[in-house]
Design a protein around this ligand. Structure first.
Ligand code: FE2
Length: 425
């Protein structure tokens, strides 16, 4: 088996800045679309970012059809609903506007209306068949309204497969939006807890891609077409991730506490974009892999500032709850890099020994969780020791990310990490 020697740097084209949303009509026209499905969630249907988007499309003579039934934390059922709408609409372009849920749903609607197939055909193996997307998709413009997922830069769409109570996804470069319009004005109305969860997701994207298994330790693909979208840490992703950690750690609480802090909102959505470019190429690791069953198995937890109609553990919260234990476990693979990450987060790492790297980084993350009002561990969102076996089982199939852990994690390791994550301080 020979090792990988090549990495690629791929990202969406990005247009960044206050007011950029007003240019979505110009950009969609340049991409050649004349009838566009605008994909968003019910909470945003009447919002300013959506009305600006629809107005900008119409002013360029583009027919804009609003689809506002995206589920926050989407499921296969909610994806199918959007796909059916897309298949009946004769659209030649898509806009996903909202959090990662809306942008990911727009990717799925674009994919299955362009190349209809059995739903599991394109879903990541081993849960689905992992079939490559057959060709180019219709133009998709992503307009994030949270400073979080980085979905505008990636070829990944995540959802909850209800039958398995676990998150999985579709990952193919063809899903990547043609353009991401990143407009700090669109995050102005974000509630406090949504800002916190999306900001912590950003930090985990950056921390995980920074410390992921390096690309040259993966085995080489049999042909270039089989090189995974998530390639492992590489020199380019290192730069994007480092910047994102530093900016995110500095501005997250300011962005939470004062929606009118334009500098903090600008910096957080910039950090989200940087982290998205980094992890879109390098991938994420155990905190994300472990988050999927944590989110998928939710019983009755309803977080503050989120829609009260269904229990959910927001993505960023599900990720950060596992992060301290996961980084403690992974740190021995590369202690210097973990100490470097802790330093970027603002921790004092002078005199810290390599053996302390995991604890130092975990401590910096816990400090950040306390400052952002996160629950104190999995027990605070409804889980107990009896759930740990099922959480482990839900993590094991997440190969796309768990295999990028710099230190291989078996079922017993995962069990230990979940137990450690029940209570954090
Ligand atoms: Fe994430």
């Amino acid at each position: 088996m020979s090792h990988e020697t090549v990495f690629t740097v791929e990202t969406s084209r990005i247009k960044f800045g206050p007011g950029a949303t007003r240019e979505v009509g110009y950009d969609m026209k340049a991409l050649g679309a004349s009838k566009v499905m605008v994909v968003t969630d019910p909470g945003l249907a009447e919002s300013e970012p959506v009305s600006v988007t629809v107005g900008a499309l119409e002013s360029e003579g583009i027919e804009a059809v609003l689809y506002d039934q995206v589920r926050i934390e989407p499921t296969d059922t909610s994806y199918r609903h959007a796909i059916e709408f897309a298949q009946g609409g004769g659209f030649d372009g898509f806009v996903g506007i909202g959090g990662g849920s809306s942008i990911d749903t727009a990717k799925a609607a674009n994919l299955y209306s362009t190349y209809p197939a059995d739903f599991l055909a394109y879903v990541n193996a081993p849960i689905g068949q992992g079939r490559p997307v057959p060709g180019p998709l219709k133009p998709l413009i992503a307009v994030p309204t949270t400073a979080g997922t980085g979905s505008e830069t990636t070829g990944v769409a995540i959802f909850d497969l209800e039958a398995m109570h676990a998150k999985t996804g579709i990952a193919d470069g063809a899903l990547r939006p043609a353009l991401g319009i990143v407009d700090p004005d669109n995050t102005r109305s974000l509630p406090r807890m949504v800002t916190a969860c999306s900001g912590l997701d950003v930090l985990c994207h950056a921390l995980e891609s920074l410390t992921a298994l390096p690309y040259e330790r993966r085995s080489a693909p049999e042909n270039p077409g089989l090189r995974p979208a998530y390639q492992g840490a590489n020199p380019t992703s290192h730069v994007w991730a480092s910047e994102a950690i530093e900016i995110g750690g500095e501005y997250i609480t300011r962005a939470m506490d004062d929606p009118d802090d334009t500098e903090a909102r600008f910096q957080m959505i910039l950090a989200a974009t940087y982290a998205g470019i980094g992890f879109g190429n390098a991938g994420v690791t155990l905190p994300h892999g472990m988050s999927y069953p944590v989110a998928g198995m939710v019983r009755d937890y309803i977080p503050p500032d989120y829609p009260p109609d269904h229990p959910m553990i927001p993505h960023g919260m599900a990720v950060i709850l596992n992060a301290p234990a996961a980084f403690r476990f992974m740190a021995p693979a590369n202690p210097e890099l973990h100490l470097y990450a802790a330093g970027l987060l603002g921790a004092d790492v002078t005199g810290a020994s390599p053996e302390e790297a995991g604890d130092v980084l975990a401590g910096a993350i816990i400090d950040l969780m306390r400052r952002t009002d996160m629950p104190n561990g999995l027990s605070a969102v409804g889980y107990g020791p009896d759930d740990v076996d099922q959480l482990v089982e839900g993590t094991l199939p997440q190969h796309r990310v768990t295999k990028l852990s710099p230190r291989p994690a078996g079922p017993d390791d995962l069990r230990e990490m979940f137990l450690e994550s029940l209570t954090l301080w």
